[in-house]
Write a protein that binds this ligand. Structure first.
Ligand code: NAP
Length: 516
């Protein structure tokens, strides 16, 4: 049995008692196990004493070079990492590339940002401010690295991108990292860490990996530390309420659940470029990574007059998706990641079914191709429909983290669409498809405050659109309310989560020299 060890205090250790097993979700073959790691106080101290000073001693440009080396390592092991994601994540090759290439691309993006920030260790935040009688007495806000450790607790769905997108920002800021991937799919993150350690791309203590339970990790956190969490809102609540996190005012950044919506504007014919973009985006988001993307479209608002046509078009596309062993080239959608995830998704579909009609896929039953009978955590793509978008609570109050979406008919007004989006109580991303600029303006005005990102699909951008489900390093990832209230990525904004803003007051020429 392969044991996924943890890389702590500069060495790999396999830990104590078995704490969980990793399986291939298509075949249920056991792949590895994780174990408890014992007290994590020494690892936190190692990050503080070794990793922090080493990183803070580097300029932004030099930290950027560290990230570039990490990205290069991923490129060099791409095929191996893809194979692991297929085996442990239930990913098709395309799904796996989305995760692995996304990880390398995000690190490369932040490597370039580091190069642009150059030979600095302090970043200016805004312009100098005259605070005295003359310009001699000035104020200047700056961003300084937080002298603590960045702890990541990650979700199961993006084992590579999840660690890379957080690490890119923290390391560039100058904070050492302790990353805990979700146990069920930790194979990819574990191999990534092995590769980075073997390549020697990071200073000692800058990156540690904890495979298995979090144990007493949070007990050791202090004020300058950052806890960055991606996962369910239930776990987020537990971590936010941890007594040490509360008592020490540890900065917490949460990416949690989100009932992302796609809205079709009343002006859009389905046969138009904008209409086709809408269909492609909805079907991609339902099936890519078997719907296990935090940004996937769960609610599809469609003008009532077009609801039948949209249901027919999406049903036809879903019917053509082969579900089964993701290692096969003809398969377009694999299983969900774990047995627990499957139970959760099926329960979510059953709840939706009490309030909605079936358009495709019933309650998720499916006969997967290429897997032993009765094996695997498969759920078929499920499309539901309601003609009462406002009255259907089940549509708006539970994220079903699988290949499931619901079409909801609405009247077509921009304000009505935005109000329905807001029923999700805060989202990572909402998308609106329209070529009517007045409608789009009305929608954005009402919807922007409820979402971390708005994706505006239209005829002019259709040919180059990555779709709303792709979190880009340049743009904010995170959202208010149900989505956790966190912010990640967004270029330098993501780095700022790991920096401390400090107001300097003094002689204007001294302040100027400090941020040059
Ligand atoms: P989860 O059950 O909340 O687990 C997330 C992480 O938290 C895992 O690493 C887990 O470790 C850890 N964890 C669980 N209980 C803990 C505790 N008491 N103390 C410390 N760590 C603890 O979520 P998941 O099942 O992996 O992910 C599914 C959910 O995440 C979905 O609901 C989805 O909405 C959300 N999600 C959000 C985003 C986003 O960016 N907003 C992205 C992906 C997923 P173990 O694995 O070892 O238990």
């Amino acid at each position: 049995m392969k044991i996924l060890g943890s890389y702590l205090c500069g060495a790999w250790s396999t830990g104590g008692a078995t704490a969980g097993t990793l399986v291939n979700p298509a075949t249920e073959e056991v792949l590895a196990e994780v174990r408890g790691a014992g007290s994590l106080g020494p690892a936190v101290a190692h990050a503080r004493d070794r990793g922090g000073p080493a990183l803070r001693g580097l300029t932004y440009a030099a930290r950027g070079q560290v990230l570039a080396a990490m990205a290069k390592v991923i490129h060099g092991a791409r095929e191996e990492l893809i194979a692991l994601a297929v085996a442990n994540g239930g990913n098709t090759r395309g799904d796996a590339k989305f995760d692995i290439d996304g990880a390398a691309g995000t690190l490369a993006h932040y490597a370039e940002l580091g190069a642009r920030l150059g030979e600095r260790r302090l970043l200016a935040d805004g312009e100098p401010i005259q605070v005295g009688r003359t310009a001699r007495m000035a104020g200047q806000h700056v961003w300084a690295p937080r002298p603590g450790v960045a702890v990541f607790v990650n979700a199961f769905n993006f084992p590579a991108w999840g660690i890379a997108e957080k690490a890119a920002c923290a390391l560039l800021a100058g904070m050492p990292v302790i990353a805990k991937p979700a146990s069920a799919t930790a194979l990819v993150a574990h191999r990534l860490a092995e590769l980075w350690v073997e390549a020697g791309c990071l200073p000692e203590g800058a990156l540690q990996l904890l495979c298995g339970p979090a144990g007493d990790l949070l007990d050791h956190l202090r004020g300058p530390d950052v806890l960055s969490f991606t996962g369910s809102s239930d776990t987020a609540r537990v971590l936010r309420g941890h007594p040490v996190v509360v008592a020490e005012s540890v900065r917490v950044n949460v990416e949690a659940d989100s009932l992302n919506a796609a809205v079709l504007g009343p002006d859009v014919e389905l046969s138009s470029e904008t209409g086709q973009l809408f269909l492609v985006d909805v079907v991609r988001d339902m099936t890519q990574k078997t719907g296990q993307k935090c940004t996937a479209i769960r609610r599809v608002m469609v003008p009532a007059a077009r609801a039948d046509e949209v249901c027919d078009a999406i049903r036809d596309r879903l019917a053509a998706i082969a579900v089964g062993d993701p290692a096969r080239e003809d398969v377009r959608m694999g299983p969900v990641a774990t047995a627990a995830q499957r139970r959760d998704v099926l329960a979510g579909i059953a709840r939706l079914a009490e309030a909605t009609a079936s358009v495709h896929g019933g309650l998720g039953e499916v006969t997967p191709v290429g897997v032993p009978a009765g094996k695997g955590f498969f759920v078929g793509p499920v499309l539901r429909r309601t003609d009462d978008a406002a009255g259907c609570d089940a549509l708006h109050d539970r994220e079903v983290f699988g290949p499931v979406s619901t079409i909801a008919a609405y009247g077509g007004g921009a304000a009505e669409a935005a109000a329905l989006v807001a029923r999700g109580a805060g989202g990572l991303v909402a998308s609106a498809y329209s070529d009517d600029r007045a409608w789009v303006t009305g929608f954005v005005a009402e919807a922007a405050g409820w979402n971390g990102r708005l994706y505006l699909g239209s005829q002019k951008m259709a040919a180059q659109s990555p779709g709303p489900g792709t979190a880009l390093p340049h743009l904010l990832h995170g959202g208010p309310g149900r989505a956790g209230g966190g912010e990640e990525l967004g270029g330098v904004r993501g780095v700022e989560r790991y920096l401390q803003r400090c107001a300097l007051e003094g002689d204007a020429s001294v302040l100027k020299a400090l941020v040059e």
